[in-house]
Design a protein around this ligand. Structure first.
Ligand code: HEM
Length: 414
């Protein structure tokens, strides 16, 4: 199946969204120290998280009063009580680039559309993609370095594989992969660079609009064809909602899993005894993944807007205020996770982590992310014998205040 038209690159083809991405999420290696200090003072604080961490504010909401939520129970409450703490906060930033996406909606609109999209990502559906979609992508990337004895597992592997998986699911043309990757990532730059964020959104929108029409005429088994036929209450999904979902998918489906897998590999390679335990006993893979997501989940902050004057953790949050909900702080609350800063795959899973959020907006792609991370980790253990950090290169450094990732993981094997 051929794509209907060419995907246009940025007008300035030299623009590098990956550099801008670093500028947006910051270089901070340890936001958890300052967050722990905040938590000791109280669960909710009248401050803007980005500014507190020494970064410029999100330009789309710098005029709004912000509260930062760091307590486990308060994070739980803010994510659960959607009638009070609304996802409409995202209309200001990712809503500009994704458009009418499920992330920006409240009930009754949200559950109506979400249930359609969710069907395509249920565990029984995505488990089938392991062999058919995930493994071929992993194979082709690993073939590039597995004979060499050294690799940078981020730049040569994790940075690419989940994006390529989403492109395969959507049946996108392989020769456009580089442009998709750039535009997909650039969409979230609206918080610091509205012009490039909206340019990426416009170009993806034009492409998807034509692609949906083409797949309606000539349906295949790809996800665009499936969603293009989907109905909500007897009617087709509105075109703008479907385009927005695809815009979100090419970003959310890749960006988060790339970060999550990189953090998982960092945690294990930095703790060789735990790596060895997983190598010997693959039944430990699921708990290694959950621990990586708890310890340094890729999405540290979620944003909500108070729809009415409310109170959270004893602090008044007026109508219209934005809540910077620090899932990452809750995931390191020592009341729930003893010795929270330590990566420990043998930790007892007594409490839920919030890496995929919680409540009605909990991540649609969580089951797929787990399938991808499982297959990626098993491939690293199976195909790179005795894989270990390269002692002659810098150790991986996870950085960022909003979205976390190491830029490099230099390894040796064989
Ligand atoms: C490790 C990987 C991932 C992490 C940590 C992650 C994290 C999250 C979080 C925290 C949210 C909630 C955002 C909010 O409401 O504030 C979310 C929502 C979402 N995620 Fe993921 N995600 C991951 C992978 C994926 C994948 C692979 C897909 C798609 C294939 C995906 C699609 C979505 C969608 C569509 C939503 C919006 C759900 C809604 O608002 O109802 N995610 N994700």
């Amino acid at each position: 199946m051929n794509a209907v038209r060419h995907l246009e690159d940025f007008d300035d083809a030299a623009f590098d969204p990956f550099v801008a991405d670093e500028a947006m999420f910051g270089h901070c290696p340890d936001p958890y120290g300052p967050l722990a200090e905040l938590r000791r003072q109280g669960p909710v604080h009248a401050l803007n998280y980005r500014v507190f961490m020494g970064e410029p504010p999100d330009i789309t909401s710098s005029d709004v009063e912000h509260f930062t939520v760091v307590g486990y129970d308060e994070v739980n409450q803010a994510l659960r009580e959607v009638e009070t703490f609304s996802n409409r906060a995202y209309l200001r930033n990712i809503g500009i680039s994704f458009g009418r996406s499920v992330s920006t909606m409240d009930a009754p609109e949200h559950p109506r559309f979400r249930k359609i999209f969710q069907k395509a990502f249920l565990p029984n559906v995505v488990s089938k993609w392991g062999e058919s979609v995930v493994d071929p992508v992993i194979d082709s990337l690993m073939a590039g370095f597995e004979k060499r004895g050294t690799a940078d597992l981020v730049q040569e592997f994790t940075f690419h594989y989940p994006f390529q998986i989403v492109y395969r699911q959507l049946g996108l043309p392989p020769d456009e992969v580089k442009t998709f990757h750039k535009l997909a990532m650039a969409q979230i730059l609206v918080s610091v660079d509205v012009a490039h964020g909206t340019e990426a959104s416009r170009k993806l929108g034009t492409y998807f609009d034509a692609l949906i029409e083409e797949r309606r005429r000539n349906p295949g088994s790809d996800l665009v064809s499936v969603l293009a036929q989907a109905e909500v209450e007897g009617e087709r999904l509105p075109q703008d909602v479907l385009i927005s979902f695809l815009r979100q998918l090419v970003n959310a489906g890749g960006d988060t899993t790339y970060r999550g897998t990189s953090v998982l590999l960092t945690g294990l390679l930095s703790n060789p005894d735990q790596l060895e335990a997983v190598r010997q006993n693959r039944a430990l893979v699921p708990q290694a993944i959950e621990e990586a997501l708890r310890w340094d989940g890729p999405v540290l902050i979620q944003t909500r807007m108070a729809l009415r004057d409310a109170e959270l953790g004893g602090v008044k949050t007026p109508r219209g205020a934005f809540l910077d909900v620090a899932a990452g702080a809750a995931n390191r609350d020592p009341q729930r996770f003893p010795d929270p800063d330590t990566f420990n795959i043998f930790r007892k899973p007594e409490h839920r982590h919030f890496a995929f959020a919680f409540g009605p907006h909990v991540c649609i792609g969580q089951h797929l992310a787990r399938v991808e991370m499982t297959r990626a980790l098993n491939a690293v253990l199976d195909r790179l014998p005795r894989v270990r950090l390269d002692p002659d290169r810098p150790a991986p450094q996870i950085r960022g205040i909003m979205m976390r990732v190491p830029k490099h993981i230099f390894v040796r094997f064989g």
